[in-house]
Ligand binder design. Structure first.
Ligand SMILES: C[S@@+](CC[C@H](N)C(=O)[O-])C[C@H]1O[C@@H](n2cnc3c(N)ncnc32)[C@H](O)[C@@H]1O
Length: 247
């Protein structure tokens, strides 16, 4: 059963959950990839932009940045963070733009929110349609065959008199095209603990399968999941950055 507190009722805690993420390094790394692989343009859209941290950095780098997300509470925070940017409420599996783009990004494995292989194909086709020739689509992905269901990440943050514990883990049942992201949030205030469990249904794909979907649309470069160094994927890591250039 799916539940989605984090991007709705609990969206005010999203940035707290992501406090350890180096958004500057991620944005700067993708900007560098765009300089190397992309065109010279600066029209950018971030898919599944969340509260807009990447859009903020891309604007500060000189891009004309915009964002798209399916959950209004996330977009409300993005608008506060980037008042000069345009944000669209929509589904990344079926989006259109008024003016073609030079760069489309999708961070934090959010492309997996396309949910099913057919939808993932629609997302990729939408991104291809929205780009100018020479434009670049960049996202990160996890290979379903490398998911270890026993691994999780957890951290605790003290904020405003409450102690928050955030925990996240991938789960792949071992076959098929679906995986899930399991999230748990615990908030303890004055000895009273509240807890929420989210299960987000996501599309599962191996990198070989994903590359086959991308190649009819793009020149595909797969890189190690390191935003600070540009290293070709070693064909064994389970996380990678995909750089897809429209011919
Ligand atoms: C893990 S968050 C990532 C947010 C942001 N990119 C970041 O790096 O912090 C995933 C985001 O995807 C959005 N999302 C989920 N499904 C989506 C869809 N089909 N189309 C657009 N956005 C979607 C959620 O609302 C949420 O803001």
């Amino acid at each position: 059963m799916s539940s989605n507190y984090l991007y709705t009722d609990l969206s005010a805690y999203y940035d707290l959950m992501c406090a350890d993420i180096n958004y500057h390094a991620q944005s700067y790394g993708v900007r560098r990839l765009h300089q190397l692989f992309g065109n010279d343009g600066n029209a950018h859209q971030d898919l599944a932009c969340g509260t807009g941290p990447h859009v903020r950095y891309f604007i500060d780098f000189g891009y004309q940045s915009s964002g798209l997300d399916i959950n209004p509470p996330m977009l409300a925070q993005a608008k506060t963070r980037c008042p000069e940017a345009q944000f669209t409420l929509g589904d990344m599996c079926d989006f259109q733009v008024d003016e073609p783009l030079d760069l489309i990004t999708c961070f934090l494995y959010s492309i997996h929110y396309s949910g099913a292989i057919e939808k993932l194909k629609q997302c990729i086709a939408s991104a291809h349609r929205a780009l100018k020739p020479g434009g670049m689509f960049c996202f990160n992905s996890v290979d379903k065959n490398k998911i270890d269901n026993n691994l999780f990440e957890q951290h605790t943050v003290d904020q405003g008199g409450s102690l928050f514990t955030f925990r996240s883990a991938w789960h792949y049942p071992g076959e098929g095209g679906k995986q899930s992201l399991k999230l748990s949030i615990k908030k303890t205030t004055g000895g009273v603990t509240q807890s929420w469990e989210d299960v987000h249904p996501m599309v599962a794909s191996g990198f070989e399968e994903l590359t086959k979907i991308l190649e009819p649309f793009f020149d595909v470069h797969i890189l190690e999941h390191d935003y600070e160094r540009i290293i070709p994927w070693d064909k064994t890591s389970g996380n990678a950055i995909f750089v897809c250039v429209k011919a």
